[in-house]
Design a protein around this ligand. Structure first.
Ligand code: NAG
Ligand code: NAG
Length: 244
């Protein structure tokens, strides 16, 4: 399995602007620190759909734009590389945090989330096989994940700048467990509607098998989105400022 390559349309990471005051902070010594983190993560994420955050140079999570993503062939039924361009991912800012743990010694965070609907819309290019059937085409793809539970682990390094410590997130691991995945690839087989509908139906009837085979590629994509956004947020406030 190869990891997808990603090029994000993100703004410069080096903005010195602060976090918006509407983002909550937690004190490491407060007795309800864990609950505070959970609330702050929830509250902060829910705000990421607002263009007003442009003033703070924080990119919207709604939608997340990804210029290019390549989801590699699986090792099972999905014998095709999925080339995506000009993607918009919608719904991520609506994630509900179920747990949020920050391990200062291990320099890692773990959280579990639930999101009822995530939509991915991209220009696609495919040429290969799925479930032994040929699949080929180029057009617009929409992929919808319903009722998805996610487990995320991110690791960071501490970077000192002007006597302050900043978290720089360096790796992420995401596990996604959707209750349904719906695929629609428009214009398969040069627009042959019957063949195209057939393949889309086969994909949707076998969504679990198909998704499981490319889970790691999609997880990597989501993990990169988390890393990018967390790096922007955490570049705006030192750990001392965030935590006391
Ligand atoms: C975040 O918390 C602030 C302050 O408690 C509150 O005013 C705001 O409505 C919350 N925003 C969201 C999106 O939950
Ligand atoms: C998703 O969850 C909602 C609310 O619990 C439920 O009504 C719906 O049937 C679920 N959909 C799937 C595909 O599991």
């Amino acid at each position: 399995m190869l990891l997808p390559t990603l090029i994000f349309t993100l703004l410069a990471l080096s903005s010195s602007l602060k976090l918006p005051p509407s983002f909550q902070k937690c004190n490491r010594k407060q007795p309800d620190f864990k609950e505070c983190l959970l609330k702050a993560a929830q509250n902060g994420t829910a705000q990421l759909n607002r263009p007003v955050l442009k003033d703070f140079n924080i990119p919207n999570l709604e939608p997340v734009k990804v210029l290019e993503a390549i989801i590699s062939s699986g090792t099972g039924p999905v014998q095709v590389e999925q080339m995506f361009r000009n993607c918009e991912v919608r719904g991520l800012y609506l994630v509900k945090f179920e747990t949020f743990d920050w391990d200062f010694d291990a320099k890692s965070m773990h959280f579990r989330v639930f999101v009822s609907e995530v939509n991915l819309r991209c220009d696609y290019n495919l040429d290969g096989k799925v479930l032994l059937l040929p699949i080929r085409g180029t057009g617009l793809a929409t992929i919808r994940l319903t009722n998805t539970t996610g487990a995320v682990e991110v690791k960071y390094e501490e970077v000192k700048k002007a006597h302050k410590t900043y978290a720089k997130f360096v790796s992420s691991k995401v596990i996604m467990d959707p209750k349904n995945v719906h695929f629609n690839f428009d214009n398969l087989f040069d627009g042959d509607k019957q063949l195209g509908d057939n393949i889309n139906n086969v994909l949707n009837e076998n969504w679990k098998e198909v998704f499981d085979d490319v889970h790691d590629g999609y997880s990597e994509l989501v993990g990169q989105i988390f890393l990018q956004h967390m790096n922007i947020l955490f570049s705006k406030a030192s750990l001392e400022e965030l935590l006391d």
